[in-house]
Design a protein around this ligand. Structure first.
Ligand code: NIG
Ligand code: FE
Length: 411
């Protein structure tokens, strides 16, 4: 049995001897910490922690973390990190005045990425995606959800999901796969929406289920993309194949995607840049995790989700990167925390809860990830010497993570 003892930790963050579980409302502002702490790892799991006065004397490896803090790894519950190439030309088009929606209407956006993806062999896609996965791991992410949605064809969607399956073999991170066939209507079906919905239901879903390629189903519920009625139909189709829902909704318009998703027990609803009070009430009535992706409104220069209103109403929120080539080309969770604090007025404690335990819950991983608890995966990072927890989102340009451990192994 290999043991690692981290000693003299200035502050051990999100560490609790009673299960943390999802945190909501005022509790989001509470973060359990232990000062002058130790953390003991046995193989892949957390075996113990507490004040230094109770630290064991022996371990195979000992690390002195004086002046440093230890956090559980980030749980990034919404990414599109399998994609081909990049879209900085659209970034420049937006600087010159075109909107994201206008670029999409002209065949750019998601359809641009879909063309590239379908032209890229599986091996090349895997190589690009693996480099991104290794990068986000260095940024402190230890559990991640990855979506398809740039295939928009049977072969393309399967290719993306197979790449995600391959990625799992190369990492100790927890990886969840989401099928997002309904990300945009492919051009070949422009006059035949019904045909594409049936392609998803009758060809994509059965093949995906057959190969066990996905955990969740996603739909981009938005004007010019998919309606709440179509979203409902696809949520139900996914359920027939054992896939629970995680839904893109309320990015630009309130169309009813929240109500539909909550009613059908979706695991999460993501984006929520626009959100009515009625929709907040609806979220309070269910167990769907509202997931905020401030990297997207930052990069699109749009407005941010009403996080304060949500937390003050008693809701939990999760934070994720939305790492994708169009609206959020970054997988850096620490920057997402800074955006949450600066642009949504979340406190550092709220942002950390949202990026750890609540992010884990948005992937149904809250019992194994997202906090320092005995028996949970040994996924944690050691910071450089920092004076306080708030310093992490505050010093937004600095790279403050010194060592990352995933599954008990240093990355
Ligand atoms: O979550 N909004 C839909 N999907 C992605 C962006 C996709 C893209 O622009 O490639 C998002 O922001
Ligand atoms: Fe997204």
């Amino acid at each position: 049995m290999a043991t690692i003892l981290i000693k003299h930790i200035r502050t051990l963050v999100q560490a609790s001897h009673t299960p943390v579980g999802v945190v909501a409302g005022a509790r989001m502002g509470e973060l359990p910490v232990i000062d002058d702490a130790f953390l003991l790892i046995e193989n892949e799991r957390i075996a113990g922690f507490g004040p230094m006065s109770e630290a064991p004397e022996r371990a195979d490896t000992q690390i002195d973390a004086s002046g440093r803090m230890v956090f559980p790894c980030w749980c990034d519950s919404h990414t599109h990190l399998v994609f081909a190439g990049s879209r900085e030309t659209e970034f420049v088009d937006r600087i010159r005045g075109l909107s994201y929606e206008e670029i999409a209407r002209r065949g750019g956006g998601i359809l641009n990425s879909a063309r590239r993806l379908n032209d890229t062999p599986e091996e090349a896609l895997l190589e690009q995606a693996l480099a991104r996965l290794q990068e986000v791991q260095r940024f402190g992410t230890g559990a991640i959800e990855i979506k398809s949605g740039y295939g928009l064809s049977v072969e393309g969607e399967l290719k993306m999901l197979r790449v995600i399956r391959e990625l799992k073999k190369h990492t100790k991170m927890a990886v969840k796969a989401t099928f997002l066939g309904a990300h945009a209507l492919p051009p070949a079906y422009r006059e035949n929406r019904e045909g594409y919905l049936r392609l998803i239901e009758e060809e994509m879903l059965p093949k995906i289920a057959d190969e066990g390629l996905a955990d969740y189903l996603d739909v981009f519920c938005e004007k010019n993309f998919f309606s709440p009625q179509e979203t409902e139909r696809l949520i139900l189709a996914g359920q027939r194949f054992g896939l629970k829902a995680k839904i893109h909704t309320n990015q630009f318009n309130c169309l009813g995607g929240i109500e539909t998703s909550v009613r059908h027990g979706a695991i999460s609803v993501d984006h929520l840049e626009v959100l009515t009070d009625v929709e907040i009430e609806c979220l309070l009535s269910g167990n769907t995790m509202p997931t905020l992706l401030p990297g997207a409104p930052f990069f699109l220069n749009d407005h941010y989700p009403p996080a304060r209103r949500m937390i003050e109403a008693g809701l939990p929120v999760a934070l994720a990167t939305d790492y994708n080539p169009g609206s959020s080309p970054s997988g850096k969770m620490a920057f997402v925390l800074t955006l949450a604090c600066v642009k949504m007025r979340m406190t550092p404690e709220e942002a950390i809860n949202a990026a750890t335990i609540n992010g884990a819950a948005a992937m149904e991983l809250q019992h194994t990830h997202g906090s320092i608890e005995v028996g949970k995966a040994a996924n944690f990072f050691i910071t450089k010497p920092i004076p306080s927890i708030a310093y992490l989102p505050y010093a937004f340009g600095s790279d403050l993570i010194e060592q990352v451990f995933v599954g008990g192994v240093k990355c």
